[in-house]
Design a protein around this ligand. Structure first.
Ligand code: NAD
Ligand code: 1GP
Ligand code: ZN
Length: 353
């Protein structure tokens, strides 16, 4: 008897374009969300987006509660939950980069409240996903979280954000190539749950982004449009899969370990991009896709070396040799690399000297 079933939770409204920041209230109305919202933001996104959106709400007679978070921690999630309970809010709006959105998503999941996503940077593919990522003891990876009911992505705001945030988003998408290689490998060797649709969508998203690389230039608002669509598509792949597998393999393990060894040194997307160069080499060797990944990253100004990342060579080697331990996810790293093998792959791909 066929007993399989699945839930795929996707946003109902996706609004992308110039100036759509002023449409957040319309989107909330369209969703029939009522009562007082809680805005979860961080300092710069508060100034560029959360305060002006709050002013629109106030003009309509709704006074949003507001929490400004500095770091993605479980303490921050707890604080948001406390404020939501104290201020008697009905739904949450995450306004900012990946960290503010993740905190809002995780708090909404706990509170069992609706959540909307208002990205201020095209820096990560968590804008739409049903995942939230906060460090937890020795582990560091995403967990199930509330997917957004709606996404409002103002390309004017995204294009005005520092350029490296956009190149980080591109690198998070380019890393889908190796994430899917790892997923297919895990399917073959460990019979893990696998979705052809999610894998194909994830790979196609990376293909389209790389194919449009010449539209991705600083100061060009169309870049924000191209990258944001790719970030959403990648998030949908995660929601279809019900896990981050289509967008997170060994390159993400490497990045999560860098977050622990060199906190705050580089952006998530830039770290996973470098990881992807090396894990593509591990999958396919000298003549494989690693050069294409490196060249695609270079073409959109994303780092391709440890020096460009601002992380020293020894930390790169340490992250490579230890990152398989931080999550129970089968990848090309298997039971881990020894130091010489890690040094070799980092050196042969030009990541370290
Ligand atoms: N949940 C998921 O599926 C998922 C997917 C990918 C990444 N992530 C997580 O997202 C995080 C990475 O996201 P990130 O790179 O956006 O980090 P981040 O949220 O720390 O943002 C980086 C910096 O950009 C600033 N910023 C944001 N918008 C700005 C703007 N318009 N102008 C100026 N500065 C602005 C932020 O304040 C912050 O200082 C990581 O924690 C990663 O694990 C989650
Ligand atoms: O599950 P993780 O490894 O946190 O990955 C989520 C996201 O960063 C994928 O781009
Ligand atoms: Zn990522």
């Amino acid at each position: 008897m066929f007993e399989k079933s699945t839930w795929i939770r996707l946003p109902r409204n996706v609004v992308v374009g110039h100036g759509v920041r002023s449409e957040v209230l319309d989107v909330i109305d369209d969703l029939h969300l009522q009562g007082r919202p809680l805005f979860v933001t961080s300092p710069t996104p508060r100034a560029v987006a959360a305060d002006p959106i709050a002013a629109d709400f106030e003009a309509a007679g709704i006074e949003p509660a507001m929490v400004t978070v500095e770091k993605a921690t479980f303490d921050a999630v707890e604080r948001v939950i406390d404020v939501a309970e104290d201020e008697d809010v009905s739904y949450l709006v995450g306004i900012g980069g990946g960290k503010a959105i993740d905190i809002a998503k995780l708090a909404s999941y706990h509170l069992n409240m609706g959540f909307c996503s208002v990205p201020t940077a095209a820096s990560h593919d968590g804008i739409v996903s049903n995942r939230g990522s906060v460090p937890n003891g020795d582990s560091r990876h995403s967990v199930a979280a509330e997917p957004p009911l709606a996404v409002v992505a103002d390309t004017g705001i995204l294009a005005d954000a520092p350029w490296e945030l956009t190149t980080a988003g591109c690198a998070d998408i380019i890393s889908n190539y190796t994430a899917v290689m790892d997923w297919r490998l895990a399917k073959r060797l460990q019979d893990v749950e696998f979705s052809e649709y999610a894998a194909a969508l994830s790979e196609m998203t990376a293909e389209i982004l790389v194919g449009n690389a010449d539209l991705i230039r600083p100061g060009l608002e169309e870049s924000a449009w191209v990258v944001t669509k790719a970030l959403m598509s990648s998030g949908v792949a995660m929601s279809i899969a019900g896990s981050s597998r289509p967008a997170s393999g060994a390159e993400h393990l490497f990045s999560h370990q860098l977050d622990r060894l060199a906190p705050g040194a580089a952006l998530h997307g830039h770290q996973v991009g470098i990881g992807s160069i090396m894990t593509a080499y591990l999958h396919q060797g000298e003549d494989g896709l690693w050069r294409d990944i490196r060249d695609a990253l270079a073409s959109i100004d994303a780092p391709t070396t440890a020096a460009e990342l601002g992380i020293d060579d020894e930390t790169i080697v340490e992250a490579l040799t230890t990152c398989h331990e931080i999550r129970d996810r089968y990848t090309i790293l298997g039971n881990g690399m020894n130091e010489q093998a890690a040094r070799d792959v980092a050196h042969k791909t030009g990541v370290i000297d």
